[in-house]
Ligand binder design. Sequence first.
Ligand code: VG1
Ligand code: CO
Length: 543
Amino acid sequence: MDIKLVPTTAFEDQKPGTSGLRKKTKIFMETPNYLENFIQAIFNTINVKGKTLVLGGDGRFYNKEALQIILKMAIANEAQEIKIGQNGLFSTPAVSVEIRKFQADGGIILSASHNPGGIKGDFGIKFNTANGGPAPESVTNAIFEQTKKLTFYKIAQMSDIDLSYEGVQFFGDTKITVINPVSDYADLMEILFDFEAIRSLFQKGFKLRYDALNAVTGPYAKEIFEERLGAFTGTVVHGEPKEDFGGLHPDPNLTYAKELVDIMYAPDAPDMGAASDGDGDRNMVLGSSFFVNPSDSIAILAANYELVKGYKQGLRGVARSMATSRALDTVADKKGFAHYETPTGWKFFGSLLDAGKITLCGEESFGAGSSHIREKDGLWSILYWLNILAKTGKSIEEVVREHWRTYGRHFYTRHDYEGIETERAKGLMDNLKRRLASLPGMQLSDYEITWADDFAYTDPITREMTLDQGIRVFLKDNSRIIYRLSGTGTQGATLRVYIEKYESDVSKQSQDTQKALKDLIKIAGDIAGISAFTGMTAPTVIT
Ligand code: VG1
Ligand code: CO
C-alpha cells in the first residue's frame, strides 16, 4: 500500500455546529485539503488505528468523491474495518442502527441534512460515537482543537473502490465491507411496530403519500411501506436519491415540502402525508387538510405508547429540547414519567438515553426518536403514527384533537428569519442579553414578563456544562418566547423565534395557530426589535 503523508495547513473555521460541520459544497470541493483536514482531525481524535467505523451519506452532490477520499484516508490511517452502505448511501438513523448492531467505534455521515444540496448548496460531515449518536461536545471540541493544529494528513494512493455491490474487500490491513443500507434498519422497525396491524390498515384502503424529496429515504420507504407493509406502489414519491435532490429542498416543512402540502390540502387528499429530510432523521406528518405540529407530534407519540409493540411496557421518561413546546411535559406529568429539557441538538439526548433515563425524545424541528437508536428517526416517527392509526381506527386529525381535549393545546409556532447579516443577528442577541435583567416586570399590552434568562444546561449524567443556548422569556400566563441563532446554516445567520401559549379551553382550541398567537408574535418582535435589527418585516419560514 502506497501511503502518502500530505503536508497541510490548519483551518480556523472547522468548528462543528448543532449537527456536524456544514459549509457550502464549494468550500469542501475547492478549498484544498478542507475535507481531508477535518477527517484527519476526527481520526486523530479517536485514534482510528484498529477501529471500526460505519460510513455513508445521503447521496448529495460531492458524496461519492468525498467517500472515496475518506476510505483512502481510513486505509492509510490503518482503520480495522469500514462498513459502508452500498453505493455509499446511508440515512443518519440507519448509520446509528449499524454502529450499535456491529458495536462499531463510531460512524461518519456525509450530509448537510435539511440544507439544500448541489454545487451551489451545502455539504456536511456528521461524526457519531460508539453509542450510535452524534458526538457530544467534549468530542466535537476535541476534533475542533485538532483541526487547528494539523500539519499533515495520511492518504493511500490507489484507485477508487467499487461500492456498487455488497461484499468484503481488503486494502492493506483495512477491511472495506459494503453492506445493504436498508435491511437492518427495516428489520428493526419490524421489531418495534405492529406491522400486521399496519398492513391491514393499508389493505382496508388507507392512503399514505410519502415524499422522500429525492433524498436518501426513498429506498427505505419503498422497502418498508410498499414491500413489507403492502401499501400500494406509488405511495413513495420522489423516491430516487438524487445528487441535487432533483431541485427540491429536502426540508420537510410547510414551506419546502410544498407539493405534498398542496396535495394534502386538496379536496381528495390521502389519509396521511409524510416527508423526511435529506438524511432521513426528520419527519413531517399531515392528515387530510391537517398539519401536525412536531411539538404536538412527540407528545402524542408519548401519550399513546401503550398502543405500540415496542413501547407498551412503558416509558422510562421523556425529553425535549428547550425550544420544543411543553406539550410533552404535560403528557409526562399526567402519566407519571420523568421529563427532561435539553439544549437544541440530538447530541444532548445521548447521555439520558444511554443511562436509561428516557425512552422517547423529540425536538420542535420535525425530529422525534427513541432509545432504539441514538438519532432522531424520520421513518420511525411515521411508522409510530401509522401504528397509532391502525390500532385506534381514527384519523390523524381525530387523534390530535382528542389529545388537545385531554391534555390541553399548546399553541406553538416557530418563525425563522433566514439570511440575516451575521453582525446584525449577533447585535440582536447581544442586545437581548444586555437587557435580560430589566425585562421582568415589563408590561406589553395584556402580557407581563415574569422571567427571562439565557438558557444554560448541565447534563445530569456527564455534568458537562453548555452555555448560551437561547434567550427565554416567560410571561405571566406561562406563555413563552424564545430566541436563538441557528447552528446549522452556512450563509449569514438565521434567527429562530419560538412562541408558545397553552389553551385548556376546548372551545378555543380550534383557532388557527398564527391567529391564536398573533399578540405574542407582535410582542416577540417588539421585545427583540426584530425588524430594526434585521431589516426584515416578516419571517422567511413559518412553522
Ligand atoms: C436545527 C434544529 C435542531 C436540529 C438540528 C439538526 O438546528 O433546530 O433542532 O437538531 O437542526 O437537525 P439549528 O441550530 O439550525 O436550529 V438535522 O436533521 O439538520 O441534522
Ligand atoms: Co437531518
